[in-house]
Design a protein around this ligand. Structure first.
Ligand code: ADP
Length: 495
């Protein structure tokens, strides 16, 4: 897990330390720069005063007359006069040393007489001040310096080179002033120390505040993480339980379907014998039974047996569909003939209960590519339902036609009791029946519609149900155009 607190303490601690250091260093450097600038400005003023005092009398001596030998220079009266003037003008100031250079770098005068006659280094700040004709300074720490007022140790010195400009604006000589800035530098160091202490406190407080906030956030995140972890593992456990239950249910369902398929198959053989023998007896094929009652019983056995066989066949079909084992044997079916045949088979039953059965078929009805037995099973299921749930005097219409995209639309509409909206979806599932007085009085298993829907879907079609309770029901089957075999499809290749 991400260690927020540890990362925060490390990174923010380092960041605050870095920012603090940068602030202190920037403050120290700008203070020192400002201090050097101030001292330089003071030195410029002093150098002007010195030039005003020295130049009128000694400008020629300085520019050309001064000897180059250091001993000779020390002995020249001009050196003493310049020294007197310098000491007078620098009295009480922080200036510890004054040098005066000729343009070629010869030290014509120095408040430390032993230095006179030396040559200034050309690459130094000295050369820079001549070249630019303006003052140039540097700040340094010197261990010992022999100044106007004696020897000093460990000094912070601002060393300024100050060019002296003649009337025509050209540089005629350069003063070098050493100003003792130790006190000012120490004041700056003190301020830097105060600033550092202040920053340590301020940043320390800030760090502590942020640390407290982050520590709290870290605890909340950890708690939420553990809660979430707990919840996820609970859910995973529940999911795996659900999956197991689902597997068990699927397994049980498959076992049920297999059992039903086996049972149905096993039941059909003896049932066929029962139906066959009952029929032989009812028709008295091998001679008179004698008592009329026996003959009636034999007919009843035949009727009940046929009903049972039909039921078993449906159970077997539903089991096959559920196990994915239902197959259809396709061929080209004359749709009109198939519809007529089914209508004729149901006509007698419809007449018995005074129901009008109509057939409406479009002229351009194509051949249907599908399983002829299954297609008839579909029609018979729908027609028998319509007869079962339509009261006497009603009408049933079996209709077929083409839709706009060449698909086939077949519908069975009745003017029966209808189905309430709440039952519409449910009754399409196996063993489901609508609730109502009529459903209880008519025989049925709730398998017919489910099977019809599955058989339609096996042909690539769709079954839809619309109903108006009390006014009637329409079941519509819609098959795609690839099920419709128009005359054109049957033309041999090459036409
Ligand atoms: P069964 O008719 O054997 O009960 P079905 O699956 O064919 O089984 O039908 C399921 C239920 O749907 C029926 O019990 C009935 O409640 C309802 N039903 C089917 N067709 C119609 C119809 N044409 N009119 C009214 N109700 C119908």
């Amino acid at each position: 897990m991400f260690r927020l607190l540890r990362y925060f303490s490390l990174t923010s601690g380092l960041a605050l330390l870095g920012v603090g250091l940068i602030l202190v260093l920037v403050y120290r450097q700008t203070s020192l720069d400002a201090m050097v600038e101030t001292v330089e400005r003071e030195n410029v003023g002093l150098s002007r005063a010195l030039a005003n005092a020295i130049w009128p009398k000694f400008s020629e001596y300085i520019k050309t007359g001064a000897p180059e030998d250091s001993k000779a220079l020390r002995n020249r009266p001009e050196s003493n006069v310049i020294d007197l003037l310098t000491k007078k003008l620098t009295a009480g100031l922080n200036v510890v040393k004054v040098r005066l250079y000729r343009l070629d770098g010869l030290n014509v005068y120095s408040s430390d007489f032993s230095e006179m006659g030396r040559i200034a280094s050309r690459g130094s700040v000295f050369a820079e001040s001549i070249r630019d004709a303006r003052p140039a300074s540097k700040f340094e720490t010197v261990e010992t310096i022999t100044g106007i007022s004696g020897k000093r140790t460990n000094r912070r010195i601002v060393e300024s080179y100050l060019p002296v400009l003649g009337k025509d604006g050209t540089v005629e000589g350069v003063f070098e002033l050493y100003s003792d800035a130790t006190d000012r530098a120490e004041a700056i160091s003190q301020r830097v120390t105060f600033l550092s202490i202040g920053l340590v406190w301020a940043f320390g407080l800030l760090y502590w505040l942020l640390f407290a906030v982050v520590r709290r956030a870290d605890r909340i995140i950890k708690r939420q993480y553990y809660d979430l972890h707990q919840e996820v593992s609970d859910r995973l456990q529940a999911e795996s339980k659900l999956l197991n239950a689902l597997k068990e249910a699927e397994h049980a369902n498959t076992a049920k379907s297999q059992f039903l398929a086996h049972m149905s198959h096993e039941l059909r053989t003896p049932l066929n014998s029962i139906i066959g023998f009952a029929e032989i007896m009812a028709k008295e094929i091998f001679g008179k039974i004698g008592n009329k009652k026996y003959q009636e019983y034999a007919s009843d056995i035949h009727g009940s047996g046929s009903y049972l066989l039909n039921l078993i066949n449906e159970v077997l079909d539903v089991s096959k569909v559920e196990a994915g084992a239902m197959e259809i044997n396709e061929s080209y079916i004359n749709l009109k003939d198939a519809m007529r045949e089914c209508a004729a088979m149901m006509m007698e039953e419809a007449k018995k209960v005074d129901i009008n059965l109509n057939l409406e078929m479009a002229d351009n009805l194509p051949e249907f590519r599908g399983d002829p037995l299954r297609l008839k099973q579909i029609f018979l299921n729908l027609l028998s339902n319509a007869i079962k749930f339509t009261p006497a005097g009603g009408t049933i219409t079996l209709e077929a036609g083409l839709d706009g995209s060449g698909g086939i639309r077949i519908s069975v509409a009745d003017t029966g009791i209808g189905i309430s909206a709440k039952d519409l979806n449910r009754i399409l599932l196996p063993f489901e029946q609508a609730d109502g007085p009529m459903e209880n009085s008519v025989p049925g298993t709730g398998l017919g519609l489910a099977l019809t829907k599955s058989l339609t879907e096996l042909h690539g079609g769709e079954l839809s149900l619309t109903s108006d309770p009390g006014a009637g029901t329409t079941v519509t089957l819609h098959f795609p155009s690839d099920r419709a075999m128009t005359a054109q499809h049957e033309l041999p290749l090459g036409h």
